[in-house]
Design a protein around this ligand. Structure first.
Ligand code: WTA
Length: 635
C-alpha cells in the first residue's frame, strides 16, 4: 500500500487512522519518500498551540524549487509544466516545459539578485495571470526571498498597505493587464501606491499590453531585457525547513489585513500530497485551476502543489465570460483538461446562461471537478455535476483557508462517496473538532458548532507577519489548544462535514474574503458620512453581496442620495478595490447598538436578507426605535 496515493475508501480510513495515531511517523515517511532534501530533519514536529508555535521538519534543509523543478528534469524535462492560456482566444497558448521553466526561473532569480534581493528580503508581486507571475514566485523561492503576491485587482491603497506592512524592497508588475474586453493600468496603480512606499527601490515591469506608461528613472526597469541578459542557471539557496516561503494577506474581521506567513518544508509536503490525492493526479493529466495566483488557491494549487508532483498546470489569464460564456469549456476542450477546479460563484454565473455554451464543447476529458472558496449551494452543485461532469466526474468540494495552506476537508474523488453541499471527510492528518458556546468539544454525529482543528498539520500558517500576538488572539484564544477557523460546520449522521459559513465579521463575496471593518473605515472617510455598518446578504451569483447602512453627517443631509451612493462606492474602489463595492446602500438615522455600544449586526443582517419575521433577542438594544425605521426603509 502506498500512503502517498490513496485509491480506495478502506485505504483512506486506514491511512487516516495511521496519520492520526502517529502523525510524526506518518509525515516522516511521506517526506522521506517523495521529496528531495539537502539535509534531513532533526525533529519531525515540535508544537505548542498556547504560544503558539509549530515547527515541522526542523533542522532539515532544502529548496522548494529543486522539488518543483530541478528533480523533474531528468525524467520530465520535455514535459509541459505550465500551459499559459491567454485572455484572447485568438492568441496562441504557450507551453512551457520543465526544462524551460528551470531556465526562466533561474534567469528571473539572477535578475532579482542583481537588483540586491537577498535571502529573507520581501518582494511584492503585483502581476496579472501571465507566466511571469508563476515564474517570479519560483524565482523568489529559488534565492530565498519571501514573496508577497498582491492580487492585481486590489487598489493602490490596498497595495501600498501590503507593501509597507512587510517592508517589500521591490515590486514586480506589468505595463497593464487584460480582463475580458478591458485593459487595466496596473503600472499606474503601482505608481500611485509607491508614493506612500519609500522602502521600494526597484520596480521591474513585464510588458503585456504594450501601453505607453511612465518609467521612473532609477526605479523602474523593463523586465524582458534584463531576463535576456541574465545567466540561465542559478544555484538554489539552501533553506531551512522553517524559513518563510511567502506572505499572503487575508482580510480579518477587524483592522488591517493579516500577512499570513507560510514556511517551506511543511507547506511543500502538504500541498503536494493533497494535490496528488484530491485531484487523483496521474502522469499525463492536464490540470486546470481557474483561481488567480493572487489568492492562496493559486499559490498552492496552480504553482506549488502541481509542480511538486511534476504535473502540467494551466494558467488562464482571462475571465469566464469573454468572449462569451463558453470560454471555460472551450479551454477544457482545447487542452483536454482532466481536472477542473473553480469557485461556486463562477458556476452560478455560468449556470444562468444558455446551456448551449456548455454543450457545444467536448468535455469528455474531464475526470475530476473541484469547488473552493465558499459553500457550494445544491443547485449549483447539480448544475456542475449534470452539465459539466455529465454525472461521471466526482465533485470535490474542498474546504480550506489561506491560513491552512492546503485543503483540509474534502472528498477524495473515486474514493469518498460525495453528497451535494458537503465537504465530507477530513483529509489525511486533519483532526477537526466542533465546539459549543461554552468552549466544549461536541462529540458524536448530527451536531453543529464552530469548526476548530485540534492538531497541527504541515502547512498551517506559522504567524502573522510582524504581529504574533494577533496570530494567537485570532486563531488560538477562542478555544484552548485548538486552531479556530472562524467557520461554522455541522457533522451529519455518517460523520460528513458541511461548512455552514463564517461565524465572524468576514463576508465572502464571489469567493473573496472581505472584512467589514476596512470597508466601513473607507466609507467613514467620506466627508458626508458619520458612521456606517456593512453586512452580507444572499446573492444569486456572488453568494453574498454587501449591504451598507450609512449615517450621514448634518452637512451630508442635503446631498443627492444617488450621487452619494456613487461616491461611496468610488471611495471603496479606491481604498480596497472593486470587489468590495456595495450592492445596496441605505441611509439611516442610527444603527442598532447594544448598551455597550456594539453594533448589533445580527439585526442588520436579518433586515438586509429580508428575514425580519423573527429578529431574535433585542432586549439589550439601546435604541430599539431605530430598528423599525431601518426596516420600513429597507432596500
Ligand atoms: C470559505 C480559500 C465552504 C470558508 C481557500 C473559509 C468554504 C474561507 C469552502 C477561506 C468550501 C473556503 N465550503 N466554505 N469548500 N472553501 N470556504 O482564505 O469560510 O480565501 O474560512 O481560502 O472561505 O477563504 P480563503
Amino acid at each position: 500500500m502506498s500512503n502517498y496515493h490513496i485509491k480506495h475508501l478502506e485505504e483512506y480510513f486506514q491511512v487516516y487512522r495511521k496519520s492520526v495515531r502517529d502523525p510524526e511517523a506518518f509525515w516522516e515517511e511521506i517526506a522521506e519518500e517523495h521529496f528531495v532534501w539537502r539535509k534531513k530533519w532533526d525533529q519531525v514536529l515540535k508544537w505548542d498551540f498556547k504560544k503558539p508555535e509549530v515547527k515541522w521538519f526542523d533542522g532539515a534543509r532544502l529548496n522548494i524549487t529543486e522539488n518543483c523543478i530541478d528533480r523533474h528534469i531528468p525524467t520530465r524535462g520535455e514535459k509541459t509544466a505550465i500551459i499559459f492560456e491567454p485572455n484572447d482566444p485568438s492568441e496562441e497558448p504557450q507551453h512551457i516545459t520543465y526544462r524551460e521553466l528551470h531556465e526562466k526561473v533561474c534567469r528571473m532569480a539572477n535578475v532579482l539578485k542583481e537588483h540586491g534581493i537577498k535571502k529573507g528580503d520581501r518582494v511584492c508581486i503585483y502581476l496579472p495571470m501571465i507566466p511571469e507571475l508563476a515564474i517570479s514566485l519560483l524565482a523568489c523561492a529559488r534565492i530565498g526571498a519571501i514573496h508577497s503576491v498582491v492580487f492585481a485587482g486590489f487598489s493602490s491603497n490596498a497595495l501600498s498597505t501590503r507593501i509597507n506592512d512587510s517592508d517589500c524592497k521591490m515590486v514586480l508588475t506589468s505595463d497593464g493587464s487584460y480582463r475580458g474586453s478591458k485593459t487595466i493600468d496596473l503600472k499606474g496603480i503601482v505608481d500611485k501606491a509607491l508614493e506612500a512606499c519609500p522602502g521600494v527601490k526597484t520596480v521591474l515591469v513585464a510588458k503585456r499590453i504594450n501601453s505607453k506608461i511612465k518609467m521612473l528613472k532609477g526605479r523602474d526597469k523593463w523586465l524582458q531585457p534584463l531576463l535576456d541578459h541574465a545567466y540561465a542557471d542559478c544555484v538554489a539557496e539552501i533553506m531551512e525547513a522553517e524559513d518563510p516561503l511567502f506572505i499572503l494577506y487575508t482580510s480579518g474581521s477587524t483592522g488591517k489585513p493579516k500577512g499570513m506567513v507560510h514556511t517551506t518544508a511543511g507547506y511543500m509536503i502538504y500541498t503536494a500530497y493533497t494535490f496528488k490525492n484530491i485531484f487523483q493526479y496521474r502522469e499525463n493529466d492536464i490540470y486546470w485551476c481557474t483561481a488567480d495566483i493572487g489568492w492562496i488557491t493559486g499559490h498552492s494549487y496552480i504553482v506549488y502543489g502541481p509542480l511538486a508532483n511534476g504535473a502540467t498546470t494551466v494558467m488562464f489569464e482571462g475571465v469566464p465570460s469573454y468572449p462569451d460564456y463558453g470560454r471555460f469549456w472551450e479551454v477544457v476542450e482545447k487542452h483536454k483538461v482532466t481536472q477542473f477546479y473553480t469557485a461556486p460563484t463562477a458556476i452560478r454565473a455560468l449556470a444562468k446562461e444558455n446551456l448551449e455554451f456548455v454543450e457545444q464543447y467536448d468535455l469528455s476529458s474531464l475526470k475530476v471537478l473541484g469547488s473552493v472558496g465558499e459553500p457550494i449551494n445544491e443547485e449549483a452543485w447539480h448544475w456542475y455535476n449534470n452539465n459539466v461532469g455529465k454525472k461521471k466526474s466526482p465533485i470535490v468540494d474542498t474546504w480550506w483557508q489561506t491560513e491552512t495552506g492546503g485543503i483540509m476537508i474534502s472528498p477524495i474523488p473515486y474514493v469518498t462517496p460525495t453528497t451535494p453541499t458537503y465537504a465530507t471527510l477530513p483529509f489525511i492528518g486533519i483532526q477537526p473538532a466542533l465546539m459549543d458556546e461554552n468552549g466544549q468539544e461536541i462529540m458524536g454525529n448530527q451536531v453543529d458548532g464552530r469548526l476548530c482543528i485540534k492538531f497541527p498539520w504541515p502547512s498551517i500558517a506559522r504567524t502573522i507577519w510582524g504581529d504574533h500576538k494577533r496570530y494567537r488572539d485570532t486563531y488560538f484564544s477562542a478555544y484552548e489548544d485548538k486552531y479556530f477557523t472562524g467557520d461554522g460546520a455541522l457533522r451529519d449522521a455518517v460523520g460528513y462535514y458541511r461548512i455552514t459559513g463564517r461565524v465572524d465579521d468576514v463576508i465572502i463575496v464571489s469567493g473573496h474574503n472581505l472584512g467589514t471593518a476596512p470597508i466601513e473605515d473607507s466609507i467613514n472617510e467620506h466627508p458626508a458620512v458619520a458612521e456606517s455598518a456593512i453586512v452580507g446578504f444572499p446573492h444569486d451569483i456572488k453568494g453574498n453581496a454587501l449591504y451598507g447602512y450609512v449615517i450621514l453627517k448634518e452637512t451630508g443631509e442635503s446631498r443627492d442620495r444617488d450621487n452619494l451612493r456613487k461616491e461611496i462606492n468610488q471611495q471603496i474602489t479606491e481604498h480596497i478595490g472593486p470587489i468590495a463595492r456595495l450592492d445596496k446602500i441605505q441611509f439611516v438615522s442610527g444603527l442598532p447598538k447594544t448598551r455597550s455600544g456594539k453594533i448589533m449586526r445580527r439585526i442588520l443582517r436579518k433586515i438586509a436578507s429580508k428575514d425580519t419575521a423573527n429578529l431574535g433577542d433585542t432586549s439589550t438594544l439601546l435604541n430599539p426605535e431605530v430598528v423599525k425605521e431601518i426596516m420600513d426603509n429597507a432596500l
